[in-house]
Design a protein around this ligand. Structure first.
Ligand code: 2HG
Ligand code: ZN
Length: 465
């Protein structure tokens, strides 16, 4: 449907709803809201509003719905698939002022939190009560929990603790027509019809705007062990991954890093780590729990697997500082790679035993199309972030030939039983690849769901499909 521009009259109405100070319409100030962390993409909205109450969001959406104004909800802007880009202009609703932890319910191990709370702030608040909220994407120090909900986020600890889907019990949501609903109940079980909570998780702001989140919490582990294993080839490192689980261990993190990525982090971010010759890949492995003997036993079993898979060296982190340094190395890898080169990122995910074939295939496709890639990510989940580096590629090849290479990476991922994204979402940049995996029938079911919630198509238009 044709969208309308924001008139002076509508701008005045926005100001009446959220107050003058919480409306931005000046081009320079809009810059911050014209991009997220996806490549170098920029799309300016016409206006940004910063509400801090569900009723304000409801009034804004009602107005936009009646006037056919496209609305892009925005968290912290750390997304990697372009979900927060206002590609049709219109209104950006920034959730940055929804920044309160409303309640930590220690009797029920639950918390109620607003979507604009920084994920790590929330994790720290529950940790003070001896509890764990384990969904910790690499950008946990800057991303918002609301953005994590809308992308179905993960992070390193998914392998043991699950994605955000495992933790969200209930959501307060404002629908495009301005109605406010709770999607479920604050219960650990839910067998009461369609699960709207799960539907909203990962819906990337296309169905409505989340204004409160009820999460499950768990008791925090008290001890952990962290080790970094080096391998001569990517494939042996990846092959060891499924063997660790077969040995009866569920690590609390099992991350893969390619040498190039580690080199970049060392060079550009001053991380203290010595790279040995002849090493191509690393696994960062963490086990956690409450019993030292169990942790010790798990480390022994992991060591035996690593030896069997030709691991060249194992570094055990002895001190908290060493653990922090190794985790920093892994967590900043994405930012480090991206700040060093023009890049495109694919968020491939396959059943974990297929990882060796995936990495081998990605490198072969790179050779065929002439691009370098730096791969890292959540190997325990079969989730590999593939950063394609522009390097010496001409602009023409980068914009045209590369598409075929990316298509082949996704075709391989799908052939191996995987899908397009494990945790970064589809957003804008992956949507053209959706038909590789999902039939027209499947996509039409998704479109049908969207039409029920958002018949005028104002919510984050142009995303997912
Ligand atoms: C990573 O594993 C992430 O490095 C980057 O997927 C996503 O937290 C992020 O911004
Ligand atoms: Zn990741």
């Amino acid at each position: 449907m044709p969208y309308q521009q924001i008139t002076l009259e509508i701008l005045a109405a926005f100001k009446a709803i959220v107050g003058d100070a919480n409306v931005i319409a000046n081009h320079d100030d809009l810059e911050r809201y014209s991009h997220d962390e996806t490549e170098d993409l920029r799309y300016y909205p016409e206006v940004v509003t910063k509400p801090n109450m569900p009723q304000q969001v409801a009034e804004l959406l009602k107005l936009c719905n009646i006037n056919s104004i496209p609305v892009t909800p925005r968290g912290a802007g750390t997304g990697l698939s372009g979900g927060a880009l206002p590609i049709m202009g219109g209104l950006v609703i920034s959730m940055e002022r929804f920044n309160q932890i409303i309640n930590i319910d220690e009797a029920n191990l639950q918390a109620t939190v607003e979507p604009g709370v920084v994920t790590e702030t929330f994790m720290n608040a529950v940790a003070e009560k001896g509890l764990l909220y384990p969904v910790d994407p690499a950008s946990k120090g800057s991303c918002f929990i609301g953005g994590n909900v809308s992308h179905g986020s993960g992070g390193p600890r998914v392998v043991k603790y699950g994605t955000i889907r495992e933790y969200v019990l209930n959501l307060e949501v404002v629908l495009p027509n301005g109605e406010i609903i709770w999607t479920g109940a604050n219960t650990l079980k839910y067998a009461s019809g369609y699960n709207l909570t799960q539907l909203f998780i990962g819906s990337e702001g296309t169905l409505g705007i989340v204004t409160k989140i009820v999460t499950k919490l768990i008791p925090a582990p008290t001890i952990d062990a962290l080790l970094m294993a080096s391998f001569a080839t990517n494939e042996t490192a990846c092959a060891a991954v499924s063997a660790i689980f077969r040995a009866g261990i569920i690590p609390s993190a099992l991350e893969f890093m390619e040498r190039r990525g580690v080199e970049w982090v060392i060079e550009h971010d001053g991380i203290n780590f010595t790279l040995q010759n002849g090493i191509e890949a690393f696994l960062l492995i963490e086990v956690d729990g409450t019993n030292q003997d169990v942790i010790f036993d798990a480390c022994e079993k992991i060591n035996a697997v690593l030896e069997a898979y030709n691991c060249k060296d194992v570094l055990f982190a002895d001190t908290a500082a060493q653990k922090d340094e190794l985790w920093k190395l892994r967590r900043i890898m994405g930012v480090s790679v991206k700040s060093n080169s023009v890049y495109k990122e694919e968020d491939t995910v396959v059943p974990r035993a297929a990882l060796p074939q995936l990495i081998k295939g990605i490198k072969e496709i790179g050779l065929k199309y002439g691009f370098e890639s730096v791969c890292y990510g959540h190997a325990g989940d079969g989730n590999l972030h593939v950063n394609i580096i522009k390097g010496e590629m001409s602009d023409a090849d980068w914009h045209h030939k590369l598409k075929d290479g990316i298509r082949e990476i996704f075709e391989l991922t799908i052939k191996l039983g995987g899908t397009l994204s494990g945790e970064h979402g589809i957003g804008l940049v992956q949507k053209e690849f959706m038909p590789l995996k999902y039939s027209e029938l499947h996509l039409n079911l998704m479109r049908g769901i969207k039409a029920v919630f958002d018949p005028n198509g104002i919510m984050n238009p142009g995303k997912i499909f």
